[in-house]
Ligand binder design. Structure first.
Ligand code: NDP
Length: 248
């Protein structure tokens, strides 16, 4: 257990999208800080390997299969954690997809997928943990938006729409609750698998090239999450933007 995390401030942290990229880095960072991490994603083979690795290092972790687009799956994820640990201190909504393409390409199924994972998935997460957090008058919801929640670019219209929405609903949630902390983390270009799935090849190739050139390691955003979580209950770090110095 890390020196700064004691038995009394060790948190039960649920992380969606923990099988790769920023979610995986956040799992590593928070587990190493001494928290217990409950990991969710669809690729359970990867989660199993990660949990084994964390446990072998002396950290505390477990995983559950999770599809954030399915409310019942999200409920199983959070209710299971509640039953085992009697509380959820933090939910980090990382799961996301980014199949970028111009709207004229009419990739309507991928528009739906972005809405379902990036927006509906976050709402499912909030719905699943908010009641128990309100009951305990304590909790923290961390939503991963993007610098695409701050500016719109061509070929990213629907992705940006989902991330603007996540930022908006996070601010509303924050204003509505005086006991539950809400944090939005907006990463810029970050090394991960995000551009490897779907979208228009020329757009995704350009994203991969830019990421290769200036992309941050996933640990940069993971540390931002760790910073927000580590603050006292009276301090809500509402928004953090973590972008490469060279990103325009
Ligand atoms: P990755 O592709 O590496 O990770 C995405 C994660 O989301 C995976 O663990 C994946 O797991 C999970 N996921 C996707 N669909 C679902 C689903 N239906 N149910 C559960 N989990 C799902 O990308 P990043 O780490 O980069 O992305 C993490 C977050 O960061 C996203 O919200 C992304 O939008 C955001 N972001 C990333 C930036 C970047 O440059 N990389 C910049 C700004 C924001 P699995 O497939 O196993 O289910």
């Amino acid at each position: 257990m890390n020196a700064s995390v004691t038995r009394t401030n060790r948190k039960i942290v649920l992380i969606t999208g923990a099988s790769s990229g920023i979610g995986e880095a956040t799992a590593r960072h928070l587990a190493a800080a001494g928290h217990h991490v409950v990991l969710g994603a669809r690729r359970t083979d990867r989660l199993a390997l990660l949990v084994n690795e964390l446990e072998a290092a002396g950290y505390s972790a477990e995983y559950t299969e999770l599809d954030v687009t399915d409310r019942a799956s999200m409920t199983r994820f959070t209710e299971g954690a509640l039953a085992r640990h009697e509380r959820i201190d933090v939910l980090v909504n990382h799961a996301g997809v980014m199949p970028l393409a111009p709207m004229s390409a009419l990739h309507v199924a991928e528009w739906d997928q972005m809405i379902d994972v990036n927006l509906r998935g976050v709402l499912h997460g909030i719905a699943a943990v908010l009641p128990s957090m309100l009951e305990r008058a304590s909790g923290h919801i961390v939503n991963i938006a993007s610098t695409s929640a701050l500016r719109v670019d061509p070929s990213a219209a629907v992705y940006c729409a989902t991330k603007y929405a996540v930022r908006a609903l996070s601010e509303g949630l924050r204003q509505e609750n005086s006991d539950v902390r809400v944090t939005v983390v907006c990463p810029g270009f970050t090394q991960s698998e995000l551009a490897d799935h779907g979208g228009a090849a020329e757009v995704q190739d350009a994203v991969r090239a830019a990421t290769q050139q200036i992309g941050l390691p996933a640990s940069a955003s993971a540390e931002a999450v760790g910073y927000a979580i580590a603050q006292p209950a009276s301090v809500d770090v509402s928004e953090i933007v973590v972008r490469p110095t060279a990103q325009n």
